[in-house]
Design a protein around this ligand. Structure first.
Ligand code: LHQ
Length: 254
């Protein structure tokens, strides 16, 4: 259900239930969680790329999974939440290549990417409210941070289907490229990141994630702590040395 391919320091993950628009099941979530955990622990993986197989990125929760009756979504969401925590806490850059529609929790997965590319034919829809559900998989947290509170209100209450270009105008995606070039561009970006100071990226991600929770004084203190850590990396030393020697740096991710 999750295809894995390694290209140098980049781990490419493809959600792979194309006949169901890569809709998410509990089994897919558990597999994704394991893969993310392994990637986190593998020093050879310096960047990740997440995309979808077939014409969709991900249609969100598989609406066929629970059948009739009243499902226990609270319990099911625990399986989602550990995946979201793994994505948000991933100490490596995550490039997301949105190849087609991203709906509901599928849109949430896309938004957890650090750099988000979309094919021209991709689209985004929160979808939750259309089936009488509240936003989940971290959507209520990440969406207002990306687009602002007012736009998040509109998107979550009305659930329009946004084109890739509309999503880019809102800041949901960083770049829009023709579909046939999407993977190539996303991979080039992931490769570039994989050769960067990946420990520093992890610390930068942590600072950004913490920022809305902290007072200015606390944010400054955290910056100082993490700068202390970054300052002790081999990559910082190499970066400064390369600058002085007027040559490109060779970063190793520690
Ligand atoms: C699907 C799905 C799908 C199954 C299309 N499931 N089959 C978390 C935890 C707990 C509870 C529940 O929720 C959550 C989080 C969530 O993600 S809630 C939101 C769940 N997702 C949706 O509500 C999206 C439903 N799908 C759609 O709105 C459309 O299908 C989208 C906008 C994704 C794509 O539209 P189209 O490109 O026009 O394709 P389509 O609608 O024709 O779909 C193609 C096929 O895929 C179709 O099956 P069929 O047998 O008729 O060809 C759909 O039924 C199936 N499919 N989404 N989530």
């Amino acid at each position: 259900m999750v295809l894995k391919e390694r290209q140098e320091g980049v781990l490419i993950l493809s959600l792979n239930r194309p006949e169901k628009l890569n809709a998410i099941t509990g089994a897919l979530l558990d597999e994704l969680y394991q893969v993310l955990k392994e990637a986190q622990e593998d020093p050879g993986v310096r960047a990740l790329l997440l995309t979808g197989a077939g014409r969709a990125f991900c249609a969100g929760q598989d609406l066929g999974e629970f059948g009739e009756g009243k499902p226990d979504y609270e319990a099911h969401l625990r399986r989602y939440n550990r995946v979201v925590e793994a994505l948000a806490g991933l100490e490596k850059p995550l490039v997301v290549a949105v190849n087609g529609v991203a709906a509901g929790a599928g849109m949430s997965l896309a938004l957890w990417g650090d750099l988000r590319l979309a094919a021209l034919e991709a689209s985004f829809t929160p979808a939750f409210v259309r089936i009488g559900l509240v936003p989940d998989s971290g959507m209520s947290f990440i969406l207002p941070r990306l687009v602002g509170f007012a736009k998040a209100q509109e998107l979550l209450l009305l659930s329009p289907r946004l084109s890739a270009e509309e999503a880019q105008a809102l800041g949901l995606v960083h770049r829009v490229v023709p579909g046939e070039r999407l993977l190539e561009e996303a991979l080039a970006l992931a490769r570039e990141l994989a050769q960067g100071p990946t420990r520093t990226y992890a610390l930068t991600k942590k600072l950004l994630l913490e920022t809305y929770r902290l007072s200015l004084t606390e944010a400054l203190a955290l910056e100082a702590i993490l700068q202390g850590e970054a300052g002790r990396t081999q990559d910082h030393e190499e970066g400064v040395r390369a600058f002085r020697e007027k040559r490109p740096p060779r970063f190793v991710g520690r």
